[in-house]
Ligand binder design. Structure first.
Ligand SMILES: Cc1cc2nc3c(=O)[nH]c(=O)nc-3n(C[C@H](O)[C@H](O)[C@H](O)COP(=O)(O)OP(=O)(O)OC[C@H]3O[C@@H](n4cnc5c(N)ncnc54)[C@H](O)[C@@H]3O)c2cc1C
Length: 385
């Protein structure tokens, strides 16, 4: 979210410097779903159309059940008129990051410094100070404001002594990618599928060249076993039995948390993205929520820096985005997990009946789509003074 923030600030003519610990943009497989309002925000910078060209448009999302098949399907084309992008875009997050770096290179007053790890952050009445470890040694950097967008383990958040309140799930999530064309085997499969099961729920997401399948793993299984060929093969055969083995392109194991920072603003320092809030990936709200933080924050920061608004406007960032992180992003992703993993047959039947009724009712379906596409979260933020 550091790159998104930097791009918006640089575009407004503000000097920015981004410090990234890695030597380059990492092409890891994390976020892959862009919700429509996120694309609307990125569109004026010419980024959304580039992402759309290199992604897949998922017009439909599906709620499925391993035993019963398709439960409910939601058509995002209903959003036409309220967004220029009435679909979920399935596109790897690193493509956004690469595009942002390219864009930032065009501004003479913007610097992206790779291989620079922030070791500590501090502030006084006149500015912020960073201690940055570079290849040449330790450097001290001064600035007017600091956005801590350094992920879940944020050094900036720790330096400021801000709590990261919440919990970590005991199970880890295994993400497996394969080129196997599941769409040819499951009838009417969409590009975004949440599949409930009392024993082993999963999520199937398509990105342009791969299917990504996410499984929960039991707490007591070792990392080594969960990442082994046998374990992964058994998961995929359980999903779709076939005589041949599956070819697995990537495998990653994640710890999953539901946490929100106790402060999003402390003086001249603001937190955004995973540094401020982190959640399970069910619903694709982490990166999207982080982009929404970045746009909310930078609009206010530009006004403060250019003298159009008092410094106290930055407190509204905390009020708006922290509330949404708790009430909306955290609450909905936690709920999504409870629904997909429900074990009680009677409760499962009730959940499925509700989903079917929602999909069948045009008004209820629209409300569901607006909520899951994060329009409601943005409206909630706007309602907070
Ligand atoms: C399996 C999985 C699937 C997901 N799918 C989705 C999805 O479909 N949609 C969605 O919205 N979200 C999804 N998410 C969540 C999403 O990946 C994160 O919310 C998002 O990456 C947060 O972005 P960020 O920029 O805040 O943090 P990060 O992506 O973690 O970036 C932080 C950056 O800061 C750098 N950094 C860290 N510490 C330092 C330091 N001390 N000095 C300098 N640099 C530093 C890191 O190297 C990194 O580049 C998923 C997550 C997982 C694990």
């Amino acid at each position: 979210m550091g790159l998104v923030s930097a791009m918006v600030l640089a575009d407004a003519g503000i000097d920015v410097e981004v410090f990234e610990r890695n030597a380059t943009v990492m092409e890891d497989l994390r976020a892959s779903t862009f919700h429509p309002p996120t694309l609307d925000m990125l569109a004026p910078y010419g980024i959304s159309d580039v992402l759309v060209e290199s992604g897949l448009k998922a017009r439909f999302t599906q709620q499925r059940d391993r035993r019963k098949g398709l439960i409910a399907e939601f058509d995002l084309a209903r959003l036409e008129g309220s967004t220029a992008y009435p679909f979920r875009l399935q596109c790897e997050q690193w493509k956004l990051n690469l595009e942002l770096v390219k864009k930032l290179e065009q501004y003479p007053h913007a610097k992206v410094r790779f291989g620079c790890a922030v070791e500590a952050a501090g502030q006084d009445d006149t500015g912020v100070t960073l201690k940055v470890r570079t290849l040449d040694g330790l450097e001290e950097v001064r600035g007017d404001y600091l956005i801590g967008a350094d992920g879940a383990w944020s050094t900036v958040r720790r330096s400021l002594g801000i709590e990261f309140e919440g919990y970590t799930y005991p199970e880890r999530f295994l993400v497996v990618s394969t080129e196997f064309p599941f769409e040819d085997q499951f009838e009417n499969l969409s590009w975004v599928n949440y599949i409930s099961d009392p024993e082993e729920w999963c999520v199937m997401l398509k990105v342009p060249s791969l299917w990504r399948v996410l499984f929960p793993t039991a707490e007591q299984e070792s990392d080594e076993r969960v990442l082994s060929d046998e374990f992964i093969e058994a998961r995929l055969q359980g999903l779709l039995p076939r005589p041949e083995r599956y070819e697995v392109v990537h495998r990653t194991l994640y710890k999953v948390h539901q946490r929100v920072a106790s402060r999003f603003r402390l003086g001249r320092v603001m937190l955004a993205g995973d540094a401020a809030h982190i959640n399970n990936p069910l619903g694709g709200m982490g990166m999207n929520g982080g982009v929404h933080d970045a746009f909310n924050l930078t609009a206010k920061l530009i006004d403060v820096i250019e003298g159009r608004a008092p410094d106290s406007l930055l407190d509204q960032y905390e009020r708006q985005r922290r509330t949404v992180a708790i009430e909306y992003i955290n609450a909905n992703t936690a709920r999504n997990k409870q629904l997909i993993e429900e074990r009680d047959e009677a409760v499962r039947d009730r959940i499925h009946a509700e989903l079917r009724a929602t999909a069948a009712d045009p008004q209820a379906s629209m409300a569901y789509i607006r909520k899951t596409s994060m329009f409601d979260a943005l409206e909630r933020a706007r309602s907070i003074a």
